[in-house]
Design a protein around this ligand. Structure first.
Ligand code: TXA
Ligand code: MG
Length: 368
């Protein structure tokens, strides 16, 4: 099988929708990252998603719903969410978030109905639901007439794709078609908020919608799960936040986090890191958070005597642009002649900066 990359014309959308109804998988653009979409109510299609991604079945999927389903009642009626298992105050909070942030990069983990196959939720009693904002995703879900399970369209643990070509390079040999919706606008995945823990909402993954925006809407602060090994109650979270694996979003090449921006580095900091990482004598790739690639290249050469391939996420220091470029630039460096990569840390710890820090931490995670 070799995927065809198709423009999202009416005819191609119809073709993709038909493939989905027949249990096939389709590369689907969303505003965050491209998804590997399959019929969320079809166990065979779900099994294919796990197989194609080489994803362990303990890591559950997000179910993408059509624009009409913008209330708890509608999600309940569609056979997805069991709203009777939510408290009154949870219901109010959920309705607030839906009306403010849907369609958009916010995923809500809610009690599931039995119509949702256990495979979609890895056996958990809750289902993650999101209404994407991208017009092609909306049209595809509508046309397919079923909700679509869609993890990011990369092989498990690898860099999420933000263009149709990136989906092709990850999964092109394994799926029949990819709809080309252009480069993703947001560039990092949706924020995941769980209402499954009984009372208060919990942030499971920082993403396209900031924690502070959510807290402002709810008028209360929210818990956050930061580690892959513990939750606020100290219980193991393999079941609670299955996607929170420490190592994720990783390029094939080794990647290290710099202690500070290249413009602020001195040789006493960088030389030991080059030694420790085994970069001496190798060709180096540098990912900047901001600023000029040319200036960083000369500074790095002056400090280390090494010529580096340099890419800047946002020369002007715009955090939205940095998030949008994060995965595509990581991918570019991974495909460059550089043998070992170094990334500047992200200084901004709120909003999209929070999501970038999270992805960088996982991309650069090492156990040794
Ligand atoms: O932006 C996005 O969310 C993208 C696009 C394609 O929509 N999708 C995406 O899916 O990032 P994926 O599979 O790469 O990440 C889904 C994450 C899981 O890793 C897990 O943390 C969380 O969503 N999740 C899904 N179902 C859950 C559940 N029942 N309980 C807790 N967390 C869940
Ligand atoms: Mg993913």
């Amino acid at each position: 099988m070799k995927a065809r990359i198709l423009e999202p014309t009416t005819a191609h959308l119809a073709k993709a929708a038909q493939a989905l109804r027949q249990g096939e998988l389709v590369g689907m653009p969303t505003e965050t990252v491209y998804g590997l979409a399959g019929n969320a109510l079809d166990e065979t299609a779900l099994a294919k998603i796990f197989a194609v991604k080489e994803r362990p079945t303990f890591d559950p999927l997000i179910v993408h719903v059509a624009p009409g389903l913008s209330s708890l009642a509608a999600l309940d009626q569609a056979g997805l969410v069991e709203s009777a298992r939510l408290s009154l105050s949870q219901k109010t909070q959920i309705e607030t978030l839906i009306s403010k942030f849907w369609p958009g990069p916010l995923t809500l983990v809610l009690p599931k109905k039995s119509r949702v196959p256990d495979l979609a939720t890895s056996g958990l009693p809750n289902v993650a639901v999101r209404m994407p904002r991208h017009p092609v995703a909306q049209a595809l879900i509508q046309e397919a007439g079923v909700p679509l399970a869609a993890p990011s369209a990369n092989r498990f643990g690898r860099i999420s794709p933000t263009t149709a070509e990136a989906v092709f390079s990850e999964l092109g040999e394994r799926i029949p078609l990819i709809l080309d919706g252009g480069p993703c606008q947001v560039g990092v995945e949706s924020t995941v908020i769980s209402f499954a823990q009984g009372g208060a909402p919990v942030l499971l993954r920082p993403g396209g919608i900031s924690r502070s925006e959510i807290e402002r809407e709810l008028g209360t602060s929210i818990w956050m799960i930061e580690k892959s090994t513990s939750n606020p109650g100290g219980q193991p979270t393999a079941q609670v936040a299955p996607g929170m694996l420490a190592s994720h979003y990783a390029p094939r090449k080794p990647i290290w986090l710099l202690p500070r921006a290249v413009s602020e580095l001195d040789s006493g900091q960088i030389l030991p890191l080059l030694l420790q990482s085994g970069a001496r004598g190798k060709s180096v790739g540098l990912m900047l958070m901001s600023g000029s690639a040319d200036e960083a290249k000369s500074r790095f050469a002056a400090l280390t005597g090494t010529d580096a391939v340099v890419q800047s996420l946002s020369p002007s220091g715009n955090i939205e642009e940095a998030a949008r470029n994060l995965f595509s630039i990581l991918r570019k460096l991974d495909d460059s002649p550089a043998e070992i990569l170094f990334a500047e840390p992200c200084r901004e710890s709120t909003g999209l900066g929070h999501a970038i820090q999270d992805r960088l931490r996982r991309a650069t995670h090492r156990t040794s």
